[in-house]
Design a protein around this ligand. Structure first.
Ligand SMILES: Nc1ncnc2c1ncn2[C@@H]1O[C@H](COP(=O)(O)OP(=O)(O)OP(=O)(O)O)[C@@H](O)[C@H]1O
Ligand SMILES: [Zn+2]
Length: 451
């Protein structure tokens, strides 16, 4: 018996509506995500955006025969130049080292690599071609070595972020410069000093503005119209508004992105986690303290359009949940090719509702722990769809039982005993003993050794 799979519904942030996803070409789905600016380790806020794309791409791949996922690397930016100078390092070595670190961090989190990962500096020619076209068709102008996009010449400006030009100008810190015809006009190209990275152009030696990079790379690999464009909601204005304006004016027959997806911010202490505020944790730092999968589960437990405030306690909870899931997996028969449970697929199809998908894992784990091998197989299939439970239970538990973890369990057992919860206390002792950790209670407290 075959049932029709549920249709994919995505919240399109352009129309601000949940819409059934209809690919422009069902034989080839195409999407673009804004990637990192590479001058330092990525923080877990950046990771949230990459993870949102990862879930979306996994879902699309499960449904369509061909998916092209492009995620760029911004390797020209004044922050990069400043950091290289401060390090006494050349720019190329800083950006390639940082890009490698980024790849390693994402791989640790089970984030699948994009199909194409263009670097901005490899596409300067594409950017200059777009800039030339925008000048030729009256959407951009040259002034004092700069090329600026004229926002008033595009009636659709502001549609994406849903604000009028005047509101946008009042809300954002726009750079006022004497060479701008309108304060909202933004830079496509700017002149470089001799000690700044630069390329020869009809406007003199210079470098691109940030927004034109993504427009040029999206066009190069995905064409004038493609299915989905995504990134964090901090990019909605001005970055995405400007990308859209440039692309629609340069390629008036195209529609640029059909659907816009934005993930909400990861917070830290109630504020956006960001490098500039200093309230960030790098991915590296977090996965040295906790298993990477716990971080992945923590993020997937909140819907991508809701803000999430990071705390170490939440990460601990996620780790404990995984302990339980891995115990349930111990019941999986060695050969099992169970399908992804319908409840999980349905949740993902409903605007990537990962918390609902994870809620569906719990009853499977319960049943598996009660001895149901089919439930254990289903749990494995469901988790694979989410990029979770990727190791063997054995590997998980062995890696998990490092000294701090054992100490934490001993402390928990002591607290349970104080609270006269001897059932819990004994369970912890039994749990540790099953993993080859023996406890000895004596006058000074509890010590442990490996069996
Ligand atoms: N706190 C956050 N929560 C979720 N996504 C974020 C957060 N901070 C940045 N992002 C996203 O990370 C991706 C990579 O962005 P980028 O490398 O430009 O970082 P950034 O915005 O410069 O970071 P920061 O603001 O800390 O300097 C973008 O899609 C951006 O929207
Ligand atoms: Zn971008």
């Amino acid at each position: 018996m075959t049932t029709t799979p549920p249709e994919i519904v995505l919240h399109d942030n352009h129309t601000r509506q949940a819409r059934p996803f209809v690919p422009l070409d069902p034989t080839h789905v195409r999407l673009y995500y804004c990637g990192p600016t590479v001058y330092d380790f990525a923080h877990i806020g950046n990771l949230r955006a990459m993870l949102c794309a990862d879930i979306l791409v996994r879902l699309l791949r499960a449904r369509y025969p061909r998916v092209t996922f492009v995620r760029n690397v911004t390797d020209v930016d004044d922050r990069i130049t400043a950091r290289a100078r401060a390090n006494g390092e050349d720019i190329a070595s800083l950006t390639s080292r940082t890009t490698d670190d980024f790849h390693k961090d994402l791989a640790a989190l089970g984030v699948l690599p994009p199909d194409i990962e263009p670097r901005a500096t490899h596409h300067i020619g594409d950017m200059l071609a777009m800039i030339g076209e925008l000048i030729a068709n009256g959407h951009a102008y040259e002034a004092e070595g700069h090329v600026l996009f004229a926002v008033r010449a595009f009636p659709g400006y502001g549609q994406l972020s849903g604000r009028s030009l005047d509101e946008m100008l009042a809300g954002a810190r726009v750079e006022v410069a004497p060479y701008k015809r309108d304060p909202g006009d933004f830079v496509l190209w700017k002149p470089s000093e001799p000690d700044q990275p630069g390329w020869d152009s009809p406007y003199g030696r210079g470098r691109p503005g940030w927004h034109i990079e993504c427009s040029a790379m999206a066009h190069r690999y995905l064409g004038e119209s493609f299915d989905i464009h995504g990134g964090g909601d901090d990019l909605l204005f001005p970055h995405h508004e400007n990308e859209r304006a440039q692309s629609m004016c340069c390629f008036p027959k195209g529609r640029f992105a059909n659907v816009w997806i934005h993930n909400a911010m990861l917070l830290s202490g109630g504020e956006k986690m960001s490098k500039s505020l200093g309230n960030f944790h790098t991915i590296r730092e977090v996965i040295e303290r906790a298993p990477a999968e716990a971080l992945r589960l923590l993020f997937l437990s909140t819907h991508y359009r809701s803000v999430l405030d990071f705390t170490w306690d939440k990460l601990d909870d996620a780790r404990r949940t995984l302990d339980r899931f891995y115990r349930a997996l111990e019941r999986t028969p060695p050969i099992s090719d169970a399908p992804v449970p319908e409840a999980v697929m349905a949740a993902l199809c409903a605007d990537l509702n990962t918390p609902l998908a994870i809620a569906a894992l719990h009853p499977l784990a319960d049943a598996a722990l009660a001895g149901d091998a089919d439930a254990s197989s289903a749990l494995r299939a469901a988790s694979a769809m989410l990029g979770l439970l990727g190791q063997s239970p054995d590997t998980w538990f062995r890696a998990g039982l490092d000294a701090p973890r054992i100490e934490a369990l001993i402390a928990e057992r002591l607290a349970a005993r104080k609270a006269r919860d001897f059932v819990r206390a004994d369970a912890i002792r039994a749990e540790l003993s099953a993993d080859g950790i023996l406890l000895e209670d004596n006058a000074g407290g509890t010590t442990w050794r490996r069996a």
